[in-house]
Design a protein around this ligand. Structure first.
Ligand SMILES: [Fe+2]
Ligand SMILES: [Fe+2]
Length: 329
Protein backbone atom coordinates (compact mmCIF):
# COMPACT_ATOMS: atom_id res chain seq x y z
CA UNK A 1 0.00 0.00 0.00
CA UNK A 2 1.51 3.25 -1.05
CA UNK A 3 1.48 5.91 1.57
CA UNK A 4 2.01 9.59 1.00
CA UNK A 5 1.52 12.64 3.11
CA UNK A 6 -0.02 15.67 1.43
CA UNK A 7 0.04 19.18 2.74
CA UNK A 8 -2.25 21.63 1.00
CA UNK A 9 -0.30 24.88 1.23
CA UNK A 10 -3.10 27.42 1.16
CA UNK A 11 -0.86 30.15 2.53
CA UNK A 12 2.04 29.49 0.16
CA UNK A 13 3.29 32.75 -1.42
CA UNK A 14 2.09 33.45 -4.95
CA UNK A 15 4.13 36.04 -6.86
CA UNK A 16 2.15 36.08 -10.14
CA UNK A 17 3.66 38.51 -12.67
CA UNK A 18 6.54 39.21 -10.27
CA UNK A 19 7.74 35.61 -10.35
CA UNK A 20 10.77 34.74 -12.53
CA UNK A 21 8.55 31.87 -13.78
CA UNK A 22 5.81 34.27 -14.88
CA UNK A 23 6.65 34.24 -18.63
CA UNK A 24 6.75 30.44 -18.77
CA UNK A 25 3.56 30.02 -16.75
CA UNK A 26 1.79 32.61 -18.91
CA UNK A 27 2.88 30.86 -22.09
CA UNK A 28 1.40 27.59 -20.82
CA UNK A 29 -1.80 29.05 -19.40
CA UNK A 30 -3.06 31.20 -22.23
CA UNK A 31 -5.96 33.33 -21.11
CA UNK A 32 -9.34 32.67 -22.73
CA UNK A 33 -9.54 36.43 -23.16
CA UNK A 34 -7.42 39.48 -23.84
CA UNK A 35 -7.59 42.96 -22.36
CA UNK A 36 -6.95 42.42 -18.69
CA UNK A 37 -5.90 45.99 -18.07
CA UNK A 38 -6.92 48.08 -16.36
CA UNK A 39 -8.57 45.73 -13.86
CA UNK A 40 -11.97 47.04 -12.80
CA UNK A 41 -12.93 48.04 -9.29
CA UNK A 42 -14.18 45.00 -7.39
CA UNK A 43 -17.59 46.54 -6.70
CA UNK A 44 -18.39 46.73 -10.40
CA UNK A 45 -17.88 43.00 -11.09
CA UNK A 46 -21.23 41.73 -9.76
CA UNK A 47 -23.87 44.38 -9.19
CA UNK A 48 -26.40 44.77 -6.38
CA UNK A 49 -29.04 43.19 -8.63
CA UNK A 50 -26.98 39.98 -8.96
CA UNK A 51 -26.91 39.67 -5.20
CA UNK A 52 -30.51 40.82 -4.82
CA UNK A 53 -29.43 43.61 -2.48
CA UNK A 54 -31.21 46.36 -4.41
CA UNK A 55 -34.52 45.09 -3.01
CA UNK A 56 -33.36 45.46 0.60
CA UNK A 57 -34.75 48.53 2.39
CA UNK A 58 -31.66 48.66 4.61
CA UNK A 59 -29.33 48.57 1.61
CA UNK A 60 -31.33 51.28 -0.17
CA UNK A 61 -30.93 53.58 2.84
CA UNK A 62 -27.14 53.52 2.52
CA UNK A 63 -25.23 56.14 0.56
CA UNK A 64 -23.75 55.02 -2.75
CA UNK A 65 -20.21 54.88 -1.34
CA UNK A 66 -21.22 52.45 1.41
CA UNK A 67 -23.22 50.39 -1.05
CA UNK A 68 -20.13 50.11 -3.23
CA UNK A 69 -17.97 49.18 -0.23
CA UNK A 70 -20.40 46.34 0.57
CA UNK A 71 -20.49 45.13 -3.03
CA UNK A 72 -16.70 45.29 -3.24
CA UNK A 73 -16.34 43.21 -0.06
CA UNK A 74 -18.93 40.63 -1.16
CA UNK A 75 -17.40 40.32 -4.62
CA UNK A 76 -13.94 40.00 -3.12
CA UNK A 77 -15.12 36.98 -1.09
CA UNK A 78 -16.40 35.33 -4.30
CA UNK A 79 -13.05 35.80 -6.02
CA UNK A 80 -11.02 34.73 -3.00
CA UNK A 81 -13.05 31.59 -2.60
CA UNK A 82 -12.56 30.69 -6.29
CA UNK A 83 -8.83 31.37 -5.91
CA UNK A 84 -8.39 29.00 -2.96
CA UNK A 85 -10.52 26.30 -4.54
CA UNK A 86 -8.26 26.35 -7.60
CA UNK A 87 -5.16 26.49 -5.39
CA UNK A 88 -6.42 23.44 -3.48
CA UNK A 89 -6.90 21.72 -6.84
CA UNK A 90 -3.11 21.56 -7.20
CA UNK A 91 -2.65 19.53 -3.99
CA UNK A 92 -5.68 17.45 -4.90
CA UNK A 93 -4.32 16.50 -8.32
CA UNK A 94 -0.85 15.81 -6.91
CA UNK A 95 -2.24 13.39 -4.34
CA UNK A 96 -4.53 11.68 -6.82
CA UNK A 97 -1.72 11.20 -9.38
CA UNK A 98 0.55 9.55 -6.81
CA UNK A 99 -2.18 7.25 -5.50
CA UNK A 100 -3.62 6.32 -8.91
CA UNK A 101 -4.13 2.61 -9.49
CA UNK A 102 -3.60 2.85 -13.24
CA UNK A 103 -1.57 4.93 -15.66
CA UNK A 104 -4.81 6.12 -17.24
CA UNK A 105 -6.02 7.50 -13.93
CA UNK A 106 -2.64 9.13 -13.28
CA UNK A 107 -2.87 10.74 -16.73
CA UNK A 108 -6.35 12.01 -15.94
CA UNK A 109 -5.21 13.66 -12.70
CA UNK A 110 -2.14 15.18 -14.31
CA UNK A 111 -4.45 16.77 -16.88
CA UNK A 112 -6.85 17.95 -14.16
CA UNK A 113 -3.89 19.43 -12.27
CA UNK A 114 -2.84 21.33 -15.40
CA UNK A 115 -6.39 22.68 -15.72
CA UNK A 116 -6.41 23.84 -12.10
CA UNK A 117 -3.04 25.55 -12.61
CA UNK A 118 -4.47 27.40 -15.61
CA UNK A 119 -7.61 28.40 -13.71
CA UNK A 120 -5.48 29.67 -10.86
CA UNK A 121 -3.34 31.78 -13.17
CA UNK A 122 -6.45 33.27 -14.81
CA UNK A 123 -8.01 34.28 -11.49
CA UNK A 124 -4.82 35.39 -9.75
CA UNK A 125 -4.65 38.91 -11.27
CA UNK A 126 -8.02 39.70 -9.65
CA UNK A 127 -6.85 38.75 -6.15
CA UNK A 128 -5.28 41.25 -3.79
CA UNK A 129 -1.78 40.23 -2.67
CA UNK A 130 -2.77 40.08 0.99
CA UNK A 131 -5.64 37.70 0.17
CA UNK A 132 -3.48 35.12 -1.61
CA UNK A 133 -2.16 33.66 1.63
CA UNK A 134 -5.27 34.16 3.71
CA UNK A 135 -8.14 31.74 3.19
CA UNK A 136 -10.95 33.30 5.18
CA UNK A 137 -13.50 30.55 5.34
CA UNK A 138 -13.99 27.61 7.61
CA UNK A 139 -15.12 25.62 4.62
CA UNK A 140 -11.78 26.05 2.85
CA UNK A 141 -9.99 24.72 5.92
CA UNK A 142 -12.36 21.75 6.03
CA UNK A 143 -11.80 21.02 2.33
CA UNK A 144 -8.07 21.31 2.79
CA UNK A 145 -8.07 18.74 5.61
CA UNK A 146 -10.19 16.42 3.49
CA UNK A 147 -7.67 16.63 0.64
CA UNK A 148 -4.87 15.88 3.06
CA UNK A 149 -6.55 13.05 4.99
CA UNK A 150 -9.28 11.32 2.97
CA UNK A 151 -8.73 8.32 0.75
CA UNK A 152 -8.73 8.87 -3.03
CA UNK A 153 -11.95 6.87 -3.29
CA UNK A 154 -13.74 9.24 -0.88
CA UNK A 155 -12.24 12.32 -2.53
CA UNK A 156 -13.59 11.30 -5.92
CA UNK A 157 -17.08 11.62 -4.43
CA UNK A 158 -16.65 14.62 -2.14
CA UNK A 159 -14.55 16.71 -4.53
CA UNK A 160 -15.24 15.66 -8.11
CA UNK A 161 -18.82 14.46 -7.96
CA UNK A 162 -20.12 16.94 -5.38
CA UNK A 163 -17.95 20.06 -5.31
CA UNK A 164 -17.15 20.15 -9.00
CA UNK A 165 -20.78 19.33 -9.81
CA UNK A 166 -21.77 22.18 -7.54
CA UNK A 167 -19.16 24.38 -9.18
CA UNK A 168 -20.86 24.01 -12.55
CA UNK A 169 -23.94 25.80 -11.25
CA UNK A 170 -21.88 28.34 -9.37
CA UNK A 171 -19.46 29.25 -12.17
CA UNK A 172 -22.40 29.45 -14.55
CA UNK A 173 -24.03 32.06 -12.31
CA UNK A 174 -20.75 33.94 -11.90
CA UNK A 175 -20.19 34.02 -15.64
CA UNK A 176 -23.76 35.07 -16.44
CA UNK A 177 -23.80 37.89 -13.89
CA UNK A 178 -20.28 39.28 -14.19
CA UNK A 179 -20.24 42.83 -15.56
CA UNK A 180 -16.62 42.63 -16.77
CA UNK A 181 -16.58 40.53 -19.98
CA UNK A 182 -12.96 39.27 -19.71
CA UNK A 183 -13.67 37.82 -16.26
CA UNK A 184 -17.02 36.41 -17.42
CA UNK A 185 -15.12 34.63 -20.23
CA UNK A 186 -12.68 33.20 -17.70
CA UNK A 187 -15.53 31.69 -15.67
CA UNK A 188 -17.11 30.29 -18.84
CA UNK A 189 -13.78 28.64 -19.76
CA UNK A 190 -13.33 27.23 -16.24
CA UNK A 191 -16.85 25.84 -16.40
CA UNK A 192 -16.01 23.74 -19.47
CA UNK A 193 -13.03 22.13 -17.73
CA UNK A 194 -14.90 21.55 -14.47
CA UNK A 195 -17.64 19.73 -16.36
CA UNK A 196 -15.05 17.15 -17.46
CA UNK A 197 -13.58 16.89 -13.97
CA UNK A 198 -17.06 16.24 -12.61
CA UNK A 199 -17.83 13.69 -15.33
CA UNK A 200 -14.64 11.74 -14.63
CA UNK A 201 -15.64 11.61 -10.95
CA UNK A 202 -18.85 9.80 -11.90
CA UNK A 203 -16.80 7.24 -13.87
CA UNK A 204 -14.33 6.60 -11.03
CA UNK A 205 -16.83 6.57 -8.14
CA UNK A 206 -16.79 3.24 -6.26
CA UNK A 207 -18.56 3.43 -2.87
CA UNK A 208 -18.29 -0.37 -2.58
CA UNK A 209 -14.59 0.12 -1.81
CA UNK A 210 -15.17 2.45 1.13
CA UNK A 211 -14.02 1.34 4.56
CA UNK A 212 -15.78 2.25 7.84
CA UNK A 213 -13.55 5.34 8.22
CA UNK A 214 -14.43 6.42 4.69
CA UNK A 215 -18.16 6.21 5.42
CA UNK A 216 -17.66 8.28 8.60
CA UNK A 217 -15.80 10.97 6.65
CA UNK A 218 -18.44 11.01 3.92
CA UNK A 219 -21.29 11.34 6.45
CA UNK A 220 -19.51 14.18 8.25
CA UNK A 221 -18.78 16.01 5.00
CA UNK A 222 -22.31 15.62 3.64
CA UNK A 223 -23.79 16.96 6.86
CA UNK A 224 -21.48 19.97 6.70
CA UNK A 225 -22.18 20.60 3.00
CA UNK A 226 -25.94 20.58 3.57
CA UNK A 227 -25.74 22.66 6.76
CA UNK A 228 -23.75 25.36 5.02
CA UNK A 229 -26.51 25.68 2.43
CA UNK A 230 -29.42 25.35 4.85
CA UNK A 231 -28.41 28.34 6.95
CA UNK A 232 -28.51 30.80 4.04
CA UNK A 233 -26.11 33.53 2.89
CA UNK A 234 -24.91 34.42 6.38
CA UNK A 235 -21.39 35.27 5.26
CA UNK A 236 -22.82 38.09 3.15
CA UNK A 237 -24.73 39.32 6.18
CA UNK A 238 -21.51 39.20 8.19
CA UNK A 239 -19.73 41.32 5.56
CA UNK A 240 -22.55 43.88 5.60
CA UNK A 241 -22.55 44.04 9.39
CA UNK A 242 -18.78 44.43 9.43
CA UNK A 243 -19.16 47.51 7.23
CA UNK A 244 -22.27 49.21 8.62
CA UNK A 245 -22.36 47.91 12.17
CA UNK A 246 -24.83 45.76 14.15
CA UNK A 247 -28.11 44.91 12.46
CA UNK A 248 -31.46 44.61 14.22
CA UNK A 249 -33.35 41.34 13.76
CA UNK A 250 -35.79 42.98 11.28
CA UNK A 251 -32.84 44.26 9.25
CA UNK A 252 -31.31 40.79 9.21
CA UNK A 253 -34.57 39.35 7.95
CA UNK A 254 -34.94 42.11 5.33
CA UNK A 255 -31.42 41.40 4.02
CA UNK A 256 -31.85 37.62 4.01
CA UNK A 257 -35.06 37.98 2.04
CA UNK A 258 -33.36 40.32 -0.45
CA UNK A 259 -30.51 37.83 -0.84
CA UNK A 260 -33.04 35.25 -1.97
CA UNK A 261 -33.36 33.19 1.17
CA UNK A 262 -34.90 30.66 1.58
CA UNK A 263 -35.71 30.01 -2.10
CA UNK A 264 -32.08 30.10 -3.23
CA UNK A 265 -31.06 27.69 -0.47
CA UNK A 266 -33.93 25.40 -1.37
CA UNK A 267 -32.84 25.33 -5.01
CA UNK A 268 -29.24 24.63 -4.00
CA UNK A 269 -30.22 21.87 -1.58
CA UNK A 270 -32.22 20.20 -4.35
CA UNK A 271 -29.15 20.35 -6.59
CA UNK A 272 -26.94 19.01 -3.82
CA UNK A 273 -29.31 16.14 -3.14
CA UNK A 274 -29.33 15.20 -6.82
CA UNK A 275 -25.53 15.24 -6.94
CA UNK A 276 -25.23 13.20 -3.74
CA UNK A 277 -27.70 10.57 -4.93
CA UNK A 278 -25.29 8.38 -6.89
CA UNK A 279 -25.64 4.60 -7.41
CA UNK A 280 -25.25 2.72 -4.10
CA UNK A 281 -25.53 5.95 -2.14
CA UNK A 282 -29.32 6.26 -2.24
CA UNK A 283 -29.82 5.03 1.32
CA UNK A 284 -27.24 7.46 2.65
CA UNK A 285 -29.10 10.35 1.00
CA UNK A 286 -32.41 9.02 2.33
CA UNK A 287 -30.88 8.90 5.81
CA UNK A 288 -29.83 12.57 5.53
CA UNK A 289 -33.23 13.48 4.15
CA UNK A 290 -35.01 11.79 7.06
CA UNK A 291 -33.08 13.96 9.50
CA UNK A 292 -34.01 17.19 7.71
CA UNK A 293 -30.65 17.89 6.08
CA UNK A 294 -32.24 19.10 2.84
CA UNK A 295 -34.68 21.57 4.42
CA UNK A 296 -33.54 25.19 4.30
CA UNK A 297 -33.86 27.33 7.40
CA UNK A 298 -36.75 29.79 7.44
CA UNK A 299 -35.86 33.49 7.43
CA UNK A 300 -36.48 33.64 11.18
CA UNK A 301 -34.39 30.52 11.86
CA UNK A 302 -31.54 31.82 9.70
CA UNK A 303 -31.55 35.24 11.42
CA UNK A 304 -31.62 33.60 14.87
CA UNK A 305 -28.82 31.22 13.83
CA UNK A 306 -26.76 34.19 12.67
CA UNK A 307 -27.21 35.95 15.98
CA UNK A 308 -26.24 32.76 17.83
CA UNK A 309 -23.07 32.54 15.73
CA UNK A 310 -22.21 36.15 16.46
CA UNK A 311 -22.72 35.71 20.17
CA UNK A 312 -20.73 32.47 20.23
CA UNK A 313 -23.73 30.27 21.05
CA UNK A 314 -23.13 28.38 17.80
CA UNK A 315 -19.51 27.41 18.08
CA UNK A 316 -19.65 24.82 15.31
CA UNK A 317 -19.95 27.35 12.51
CA UNK A 318 -18.15 30.54 11.85
CA UNK A 319 -19.44 32.94 9.28
CA UNK A 320 -16.89 32.47 6.62
CA UNK A 321 -18.00 32.18 3.03
CA UNK A 322 -20.83 29.80 2.53
CA UNK A 323 -22.28 28.27 -0.59
CA UNK A 324 -25.46 30.27 -0.55
CA UNK A 325 -23.36 33.33 -1.21
CA UNK A 326 -21.21 31.46 -3.61
CA UNK A 327 -19.51 28.34 -4.47
CA UNK A 328 -19.23 25.73 -1.83
CA UNK A 329 -21.43 23.30 -0.16
FE1 LIG B 1 -10.65 24.54 -11.49
FE1 LIG C 1 -11.64 21.06 -11.17
Amino acid sequence: MRSIQVQNKLSAPHFGKDSPLSAIISAKTRLPTTNLHPLPETHTLWEAAWWGLQTSKRFQQLDIGTQNTILGACNRTLLNEAYFIEKSGLAYAAKMILLSESTDTAQLYALIGADEARHLSWIEPYIKNEDKIQPNSQFLGFLSRLIEEASPSVLVYLVQVLLEGWGLDHYNRLAAGCQYPPLAQIFTAILKDEALHHKSGGILLKPAEWQARDWRQVREALRLYTKLVQIGPLSVIAEIERIIGPLAIQELEDLLLALGHPEASHRKLTLLKRLMRQPNLESLVDELDATGCFASFSIMQAAAFYQDCQSGRQAAFCLGQDPSSGQNP
